[in-house]
Design a binder for this molecule. Structure first.
Ligand code: NAD
Length: 554
């Protein structure tokens, strides 16, 4: 079987192994899935999502990784340095099959300039979060997190529903594309501004967005009608957010909710400057990088000024994890941080219980396997109404991209419990093939990111990055199938350090023991991180669950 046909990666499915065991097979299938045309944003460039988040450094490295995985023994470990396979060591069967380190730069040099220099020399790639750690599952990977954020916002501000409200946002890329669906799942109306028409079309094809508008007038008319009728509707509006937000203000159109998910973390490759077509932007990027970055940053300042103005006129405004406030602040917008990040505003209590974007993928490629696991959640977690509603809604509204997968936010205790259930389902033959269990790096105990996941920590420990490193080490020791440590994901170079983990449920007793260990230590790190920072809910969780923290205080 060819892995790459006509420059296209096609995911592997079925029960026949292409490698020497299911652990190695799982790594191979997830790498291929990350780059499958149904999953990745720009597979020809090895770009999975999030600006230039890549799965391998170049095609030569991709081929060498595939080749190494096909030959890898059950007691060997492959090491991958920024998308390039560098060595296979003899380890042992309970050790990870792959260890990855992506985009890490010594702190004093950790900026985009150094990264681009190294990238051009072929010494590095940008791994984003799940792109370089091979557990990206398409827009579904973020959709529950986005749904939970808007649900919490609705609870705090609008009587538990977004019905009768308009949310304005921008960016319909791999992650941002989840926003319109998350808003309509909460009953609201969404205008999502996107400068690249093909992205709008893709979200409409995959039912993440309902309709397209090519003029602001059309979008406002559709949104106001839906708001008046109490209908849920999402509109992809073609244009540049830095231009259209000020235009909305000029017309007196102030949304109820306002945020943004353009790839502002990357001023050169992610954000399109004001007043430029995609083609003009590509040309300027190719001919004058400095000028491009200058225009990009100044447009972000314009964009954030408009957000602040809308906030002052009544929009509930929050940053959605792309570091746009920091760029604006560096450009002289002194009050850029007047609106909060989404984690302190809406998500942190979940992190205190070790909850975060847990996910699993059916390696068989058969959607029935996922539907059976959905039933298992409904059966085993039947008393958790919020979770069960989510699973039913996800089944109904979320189209699979690539290998069938599911996401749901589970916390400490729940993850290990469900991991065992999945392993049992593989062992009994109820599922056709093993299942991969993983998560985003955006999780409770796996990331240090002071403008995002660790913004405004209670004890002021926002920038302490020991935690993701401890997280990766303990998960590797516990026997995760692959573990990764990345820099710069989500918010860009210099602003984050984070770790990924994936473990395979192949139905064996050995896997059961590894799953129990890893799915305990991993969310456990989230509880511990927040308990150590002084959050009462995390301290209560640690005590109730019997987590042994030597210095836990009242
Ligand atoms: P992406 O690169 O796939 O998509 C970004 C989109 O923004 C593209 O479609 C691009 O055309 C569009 N865009 C760029 N500049 C624009 C402008 N000025 N006006 C309108 N549209 C513009 O990235 P993604 O994976 O969707 O991630 C988006 C951002 O969100 C990134 O910064 C990422 O790090 C961050 N992120 C946040 C979360 C979260 O949960 N908060 C999770 C993942 C990623």
């Amino acid at each position: 079987m060819n892995t790459v046909t006509n420059g296209k990666v096609k995911r592997y499915t079925g029960t026949k192994l292409n490698t020497k065991g299911w652990q190695q097979e799982a790594v191979l299938r997830m790498l291929m899935n990350n780059l499958d045309a149904d999953v990745a944003e720009r597979p020809k460039d090895l770009v999975v999502y999030g600006g230039i988040g890549k799965a391998a450094r170049n095609w030569e490295s991709f081929d060498a990784i595939v080749d190494s995985l096909k030959k890898l023994e059950a007691d060997e470990t492959l090491l991958v340095q920024s998308g390039k396979p560098v060595v296979v060591f003899k380890t042992h069967t309970d050790a990870p099959r792959v260890l990855l380190a992506n985009s890490n730069i010594v702190p004093a040099y950790a900026n985009w300039e150094t990264f681009h220099e190294l990238d051009k020399k072929g010494l590095m790639m940008y791994g984003q979060m799940t792109a370089g750690s091979w557990i990206y599952i398409g827009s579904q990977g973020i959709v529950q997190g986005t749904y939970e954020t808007f649900a919490e916002l609705a609870k705090q501000t609008f009587n538990n529903t977004l019905q009768g409200t308009i949310t304005v946002t921008a960016g319909l890329g791999g992650m941002g594309g989840a926003q319109p669906l998350a808003v309509t799942m909460n009953g609201g109306v969404c205008i999502a501004i996107e400068v690249d028409e093909t992205r709008i079309d893709r979200r409409i094809e995959t039912r993440y967005t309902d309709v397209k508008a090519v003029t602001l007038d059309e979008a406002i008319k559709l949104a106001e009608e839906a708001k008046r009728d109490g209908k849920a509707l999402s509109i992809g509006l073609l244009g540049n957010a830095a231009d259209l937000l000020p235009e909305m203000i000029n017309r007196g159109f102030i949304p109820d909710v306002l945020t943004d998910q353009t790839s502002a973390h990357d001023p050169l490759n992610g954000y399109i400057p004001s007043q430029m077509s995609l083609e003009e932007a590509a040309e300027l990027r190719a001919t004058d990088e400095q000028e491009y970055v200058k225009r990009s940053k100044s447009s972000m300042a314009q964009h954030v000024r408009a957000m602040l103005e809308m906030m002052n006129r009544g929009s509930v405004t929050f940053d959605y994890g792309n570091n746009i406030r920091q760029v604006a602040k560096d450009e002289g917008v002194e009050n850029a941080f007047d609106f909060p990040g989404f984690v302190p505003a809406y998500i942190r209590p979940q992190f205190c219980e070790g909850k975060g974007p847990f996910r699993w993928v059916a390696l068989s490629g058969d959607p029935e396997d996922i539907y059976k696991t959905d039933q298992a959640i409904l059966r085993e977690f039947g008393d958790n109404e919020h979770l069960c509603n989510w699973i039913r809604m996800a089944q109904d509204k979320i189209q699979f991209q690539g290998l069938p997968s599911r996401i749901c936010w589970l916390g400490y205790g729940e993850r290990a419990r469900f991991g065992k259930i999945l392993n049992d389902m593989v062992a009994s033959g109820e599922l056709k093939a093993p299942v991969v269990i993983g998560r985003d790096h955006l999780d409770s105990g796996s990331v240090a990111s002071p403008n995002r996941e660790t913004e405004g920590m209670k004890d002021g420990s926002d920038v302490v990055s020991d935690w993701p490193i401890l997280n990766a080490m303990v998960n590797a020791v516990g026997g995760a199938t692959w573990v990764s440590v990345h820099h710069g994901g989500g918010v860009g170079m210099g602003y984050s350090l984070h770790a990924g983990v994936v473990i395979v449920a192949d139905g064996t007793k050995e896997a059961e023991a590894r799953i129990e260990r890893v799915l305990t230590t991993d969310p456990g790190m989230g509880v511990v991180r927040h308990a150590d920072a002084g959050y009462d809910l995390a301290k209560k969780t640690a005590r109730e669950k019997g987590i042994n923290m030597p210095m836990l205080k009242d």
